[in-house]
Ligand binder design. Sequence first.
Ligand code: PGA
Length: 254
Amino acid sequence: MIKKPFIAANWKMYKTTGEAVSFAQDIEEMIEDLDVEVVVCPPLTAIKSVSTIIWQDKPNFKLGAQNMFWEEEGAYTGEVSPLMLKELGVDYIIVGHSERRQYFAETDAFVNKKVKSALAHDLIPIMCCGESLERREQGLAERWVNGQIVAGLEGLSPGDIERLVVAYEPIWAIGTGRNALPEDANAMSAYIRSIIAGAYGDELAGQVPILYGGSVKPENISDFMREEHVDGALVGGASLKPDSFAKICMNSIV
Ligand code: PGA
């Protein structure tokens, strides 16, 4: 079966609105006709411009946000709600990225609330998981990821699972230039699928796109895409330049 690649750009805290708009203009022509699900997650401040000025009515491109709070509104200084993101044309939301877990004290319980809130507001969560180098070296990677997946999906219905995306991002591979071996990414993705299958059955588990993230580049994306259980990538650093991101999208078709 030929799978449609799913390539998501996580810009983190990079790009002013002007830079984001110019990126969107540059990339549009390069990847317009590719059969790839392309999701770009700009910083919050640039979402509206990219959405309304550039990418309105472009079925190939979707917008994502990097974070949200789970409530619709309230006295939560500095937070943004799912309703506010929907209004901007956002379809996807990254939840539980390791940088949010590390620097902003996000727990598995927070991640679960955000996943549920996203789904309730018609946003597709890209739920991140992944172990530290220490845990991998101790042989605890699977146990750690299992805990994150089970807690993150707690209370979800089968209908919710149909709209879920998971990203496996080993922390030691993020921003380091040291990507996981494609076969290791595949093994962990297969394991994640088996956890979901255990709770929801093989058919639903087979439909969940599982992305790999961590130092993905134009040179290594096709190796990941050739693996059975890797359906795409969540790309940080290499998604910031139009050329390199376009090449990743092109090379993801294997
Ligand atoms: P990287 O980041 O591609 O720069 O390693 C991936 C991510 O954090 O999602």
